[in-house]
Write a protein of this length. Structure first.
Length: 393
């Protein structure tokens, strides 16, 4: 939609939706309204995040300037994501509503700033085909059903009719999506972009980045709070080193990418991710934060800046300017779907350790979840090693 309607316009609409959603969540009278508000926030993020990336790529020429801009952009994104853990912990102690209300002024500032400083762009004629609502519905339904089947499998059984039925309907929805994309005038995912290896590769790397880290954060949060009894503020400050390292390193990544290309930083980043997750396997009843937890967090703080900017640069490196918004949307989909799928697999592995859906995970359960995370991280590191050794682009 940002390619068709204009990236600035879609970015501003997304920011406005996010502001409305987060304010509605803060004043919600019941849980149903909170869920609806989170949905609106998700829609706002789905519009604004790809549009923001497309705006940056379109306004900076390919090379060092774009690499530096993307390094700063993704560094701020990763820092914000990591610092959200800290701010969320602090705000939760004050009251859960503040986790919704506190972002409202920031969202309004972004909206006003976007109106003032983001340059206008020309819209592309969307022709007579309209928008691909059928494609949007089928791809969303397909992914939701597949993730649901994975999450439910430990409780209902992998051969249960509900598990097999949900998975089968998910696959059917994705097949229907592929048929729709071949026939509509303006497909949400033009199938020719799947031939752009750099975009597909960057999206798979993005899925591994956020999927493994979200799963690690989930395991780490449960371990520190539920198993070790840390309160939210203590855990928030425990995760602080990740945000500090990202903030310090990310702005410098543009120079590193310009010099070494994108694959070498990716490989280095996933080596650091893997080392972090392996080190966290050493958690126990009285594990030292200083000697086990902190080194794991520091390694992630190093890995994030090496991988996030590189994935963003790679995703748009071989895509026509008219499809930068599409490329950014596919990359963001990689991040979000990867987070959902890997977290689903991780929680399924953790749940397999015990009988009964309400039983808390054991240390063995945490480790079984980490094995999934480690396996995906290792595979991604190996996949980036070949290109890292062959070329710098």
């Amino acid at each position: 939609m940002s390619d068709l309607l204009g990236r600035r316009r879609v970015f501003l609409v997304g920011a406005a939706l996010f502001a409305v959603g987060t304010f509605a969540g803060g004043i919600a009278p019941d849980g149903l309204i909170v869920i609806a508000a989170r949905f609106v926030m998700g829609v706002g993020a789905a519009f604004s995040a790809p549009a923001a990336l497309a705006i940056i790529v379109s306004n900076f020429p390919d090379g060092p300037h774009r690499n530096r801009a993307l390094g700063i952009y993704t560094g701020l994104g990763a820092t914000g994501y990591s610092m959200g853990v800290i701010l969320g912990g602090l705000l939760t102690q004050i009251g859960w509503r503040w986790t919704f209300l506190a972002p409202v002024p920031l969202a309004l500032t972004i909206l006003i700033g976007g109106l003032l400083v983001v340059p206008r762009d020309r819209t592309r004629d969307r022709g007579e085909g309209g928008y691909d609502f059928g494609g949007a519905i089928t791809i969303t339904a397909g992914m939701l059903l597949i993730v649901y089947s994975i999450v439910q499998a430990p409780e209902t059984g992998p051969t249960a009719p509900t598990t097999i039925g949900a998975f089968g309907l998910g696959v059917l929805s994705l097949a229907l999506f592929a048929v729709i994309e071949k026939r509509v005038a303006n497909p949400i995912l033009p199938l020719h972009v799947l031939k752009v290896r750099s975009l597909v590769g960057a999206s798979l790397v993005a899925a591994a980045i956020l999927g493994t880290y979200m799963s690690f954060q989930f395991i780490g949060g449960l371990y520190l709070q539920s198993y070790r009894g840390w309160d939210p503020i203590a855990m928030a400050f425990g995760f602080l080193p990740i945000g500090l390292l990202i903030a310090a390193l990310a702005p410098q990544m543009g120079k590193i990418i310009t010099r070494f290309g994108v694959y070498r930083p990716m490989f280095v980043g996933f080596v650091a991710y893997t080392a972090s997750y392996v080190l966290f396997l050493g958690i126990g009843d009285d594990t030292s934060y200083l000697w086990t937890v902190l080194p794991s967090l520091l390694l992630i703080g190093i890995a994030f800046p090496f991988t996030f900017p590189a994935a963003n640069v790679l995703a748009t490196s071989e895509v026509d300017e008219s499809e930068h918004g599409l490329a950014a949307g596919i990359l963001q989909t990689g991040y979000q779907v990867g987070a959902a799928l890997v977290l689903a697999l991780t929680t399924a592995a953790m749940a397999a350790d015990h009988v009964g859906g309400d039983a808390p995970p054991t240390l063995d359960g945490y480790r079984q979840g980490l094995y999934v995370v480690i396996a995906i991280s290792v595979v991604t590191a190996v996949a980036t090693l070949g290109p890292a050794m062959r070329k710098r682009t």
